[in-house]
Design a protein around this ligand. Structure first.
Ligand code: UD1
Length: 422
């Protein structure tokens, strides 16, 4: 098993270029199931999760040409000849559940293993199913599988009890080929939803309102092939923003969309970091002022992203004063707090609230576990400022979601190595 060995590093300085968004590309890849014509996707990050989605499409009869020099995938799903997704692959990644909607729309049936639990919360699928049922699907969830069939496939009004990102995406994809109009109310508004809607509209779908809480989808007969460049990853952007602040460094983050990271900018500025929207990218400086405490509450977009919570918590352990973090999106997303405490942080967790006393000299290197993707990134950043050596294990989580993380950090002066654990 590989691990990252991180040494206390000098302030990070220089430029870094953000990759395409993981959470945008995965549903877009699933959406290619909606057409038998070839699609080309550009700015694709080469990540483990993308490899899993490629393997799923191939196992179902899709043909994919991977061109990693140009970060391009050419997907031809004309050969999809099954309604059943391969269970072993689906169980590897929760995002594989995105194929439910498109597969149902394409073949009238879909049979998929349940994505299962996950360390950050129990992550149910009731909202996905509720929406698809309203479009006319008959769905049975039994013995770890979801079996769905469309009897009368018709547009409908779907109200989501919570603005779930995945449910909004699954329902939006399925609705593109339904007869009549579907309206999703209390829809998620994340930039990845807008990117998916843009891709679907290029395929010939008629979607309006993506990026607001009401999305209207007028069903069409058929979708066609297209090409599309994926948006930059806003969580990777946020990660490097925090890397600049936590190491009291100065980083220019290229290929970033400031509008997608507004809450992260606001909170970093509240802490005393300086953030400028320059021609070439976002420049974040943590070296100009003493950084101080702030309070965070995670919310659906455009609120503070839950995916940035762990990463920001690492920063808060190093600033002057006491901060609080409230997690409202997932019920069990404080596992990194335990690991940060092993590094000397004195974080108190009470239900969904964490209280974090900060001090720049607080963290000390030790061996910590990357319990999930963003927790792992948080520990790597903490390792850069901690005294001594930090070993981050179970890094396969991190490699699911960050392209060339080690190389990018090294390019900014970080002392980090990937080593095979004995
Ligand atoms: C997506 C992102 C993930 C991010 C999350 C919230 C992808 C691949 N992943 O995950 O990185 O952390 O959005 O921004 O895009 N819920 C239900 N019933 C459902 C579906 C969700 O109760 O049917 C609940 C979940 O348990 C959770 C909340 O809704 O508490 C948010 O989940 P959701 O927005 O669906 O997240 P994902 O789409 O799984």
């Amino acid at each position: 098993m590989a691990k990252f060995v991180v040494e206390q590093s000098a302030p990070l300085r220089g430029e870094v270029t953000v990759s395409g968004s993981k959470n945008a590309v995965l549903p877009i890849m699933a959406a290619t199931i909606l057409t038998g014509e070839p699609c080309e996707i550009n700015d694709v990050p080469h990540l483990k999760d993308v490899d899993v989605m490629c393997a799923i499409l191939r196992a179902m009869g899709g043909k994919i040409q991977e061109d990693w020099t140009n970060h391009t995938l050419r997907i031809d799903n004309s050969g999809i000849n099954t309604s059943e997704a391969p269970s072993d692959l689906v169980q590897k990644m929760r995002a594989s559940f995105f194929i439910l909607g498109p597969l149902l729309a394409r073949t009238g049936r879909a049979s998929i293993a349940l994505p299962g639990g996950c360390t950050i919360g129990n992550r149910p699928i009731d909202l996905h199913n509720k929406g698809l049922r309203q479009l006319g699907a008959v769905i049975r969830v039994e013995q770890g599988r979801v079996d769905a069939m469309i009897e009368r496939y018709k547009g409908a009004l779907v109200y989501l009890d919570f603005p779930s990102v995945g449910a909004t995406e699954n329902i939006m994809m399925a609705a593109t080929l339904a007869r009549g109009v579907t309206t999703i109310e209390n829809a998620a508004e994340e930039p990845e939803i807008v990117d998916l809607a843009n891709f679907l509209n290029k395929m010939g779908a008629k979607i309006k309102g993506a990026g607001t809480d009401t999305i209207r989808i007028e069903g069409v007969e058929k979708l066609h092939g297209t090409h599309h460049a994926v948006i930059p990853d806003r969580i990777e952007t946020g990660t490097f923003m925090v890397a600049a602040a936590i190491t009291r460094g100065d980083i220019l983050i290229k290929n970033s969309v400031p509008d997608h990271v507004r809450p992260v900018i606001a909170k970093l500025m509240e802490c005393g970091a300086v953030v400028n929207d320059e021609v070439e990218g976002l420049r974040v400086r943590g070296d100009l002022r003493q950084l101080t405490a702030t309070n965070i509450k995670t919310l659906p977009y455009p609120g503070f992203p839950t995916d940035m919570q762990a990463i920001f918590m690492s920063l808060l352990t190093t600033v002057e004063g006491e901060s609080t973090v409230i997690e409202t999106v997932f019920e069990n997303r404080f596992m990194h707090a335990t690991e940060l405490c092993r590094m000397g942080a004195n974080i108190e967790v009470d239900g969904r609230k964490a209280t974090i006393p900060g001090d720049i000299y607080r963290l000390k290197g030790t061996r910590v576990i990357s319990t999930d993707l963003r927790a792992g990134a948080a520990l790597v950043l903490a390792g850069l400022i901690a005294e001594g050596t930090t070993e981050v294990t179970e890094i396969y989580h991190i490699e699911r979601g960050y392209e060339n993380f080690v190389e990018k950090l090294q390019g900014l002066g970080a002392k980090i190595e990937r080593v095979e654990d004995e």
